[in-house]
Design a protein around this ligand. Structure first.
Ligand code: KPL
Length: 315
């Protein structure tokens, strides 16, 4: 038990047999979302891989934004025997979405919505191929989270969350955003989620590789040291976005990125955390996706290319 655990409140120890939410991917952000959903009274089951069968844990050790620590009882299930799934929230790292979902092919009933919340782009299209009879919803979130041990999570930043349809069937599920809002304080539905995904991708291209390479907090990106690099990253991303039919400008992207830098000044980016812990980063789905789109349009993106290579070499 971590020493910081002061207030042992075992919440929601009685779970209904079929939870409202099934969550795949209980990393930092997944753990925080599972905690917030449970605390809001929405039953949540965390689906783990079979290799975790023998790992015992009494629940999630959750520290809120206000610094209040409590133990939350959480139902655990296993991907091989997932039980009845009403809706599936996927919060694995981008690179693991497809492999985590593959065992559920043939087990997930048609019509059950799959909600994808990860950094980067290019994954949702693969999920639609895997599950042609399910509504697929893409989301972006700017909440901050940290994992400080096995099932030990801290909510480090209150952000915004947006969901939107990837396929036609998903358009009937706008109400899911209201349910998430009840847990997170805010969540919205946007039919044009692609635009928000690109905006988030731009922010991640700017913040994540630099903070991971130079081992910095997000807030350390302010000031003259990184001004040129950030400017160049945004110029290149804006070029690609415009070619993709996403109206934007380098100035707008830089302004948004710097706003996030300020709002999350004390946080370590997810890529920083992944590199520190020796985990696979999301560079492929973030900068890698940008490079692929840039290549299709014949646009040179040398600064992003350099950051991509540097991260690949270091991880
Ligand atoms: O999404 C993020 C991440 O760390 O992956 C930002 C917005 C950069 C916050 O740290």
């Amino acid at each position: 038990m971590p020493s910081g655990l002061r207030d042992l409140n075992l919440k929601n120890s009685r779970q209904p047999s079929s939870p409202q939410w099934s969550l795949l991917g209980c990393g930092a952000l997944g753990g925080v979302f599972a905690s917030l959903l449970t605390l809001s009274g929405q039953s949540t089951r965390v689906l783990l891989r079979d290799r975790h069968r023998s790992t015992l844990h009494p629940g999630i050790d959750f520290t809120s934004l206000e610094g209040h620590t409590q133990l939350i009882a959480i139902e655990r299930g296993f991907v091989s025997q997932p039980g009845q799934i009403k809706r599936l929230l996927v919060m694995t790292k981008a690179g693991q979405v497809v492999s985590a979902l593959t065992p559920l092919v043939g087990k997930l009933a048609a019509g059950i919505p799959i909600i994808l919340l990860h950094n980067g782009m290019g994954i949702a299209e693969q999920v639609v191929q895997l599950f042609p009879h399910n509504p697929v919803i893409a989301g972006v979130t700017s909440h901050g989270a940290m994992q400080n041990g096995h099932f030990v999570f801290r909510h480090t930043g209150k952000g915004e969350t947006w969901l939107g349809p990837v396929n036609e069937a998903a358009k009937a599920h706008a109400g899911l955003a209201d349910e998430l809002a009840a847990a997170l304080g805010q969540a919205g539905w946007d039919e044009h989620i692609l635009a928000r995904q690109w905006q988030k991708l731009a922010i991640n291209c700017a913040i994540n590789p630099l903070t991971a390479l130079y081992r910095l907090k997000n807030g350390d990106l302010t000031g003259p040291r990184f001004a040129d690099a950030l400017q160049q990253i945004c110029v290149e991303v804006a070029d690609v976005m415009q070619a993709e039919g996403q109206p934007t400008s380098a100035e707008e992207l830089l302004r948004r990125a710097m706003m996030v830098v300020e709002l999350t000044a004390d946080n370590y980016s997810s890529m920083y955390q992944d590199m520190e812990l020796g985990r696979e980063t999301e560079i492929e789905a973030i900068t890698g996706f940008l490079l692929a789109r840039a290549a299709q349009h014949g646009i040179a993106v040398p600064v992003n290319q350099g950051l991509y290579q540097a991260i690949k070499e270091k991880s």
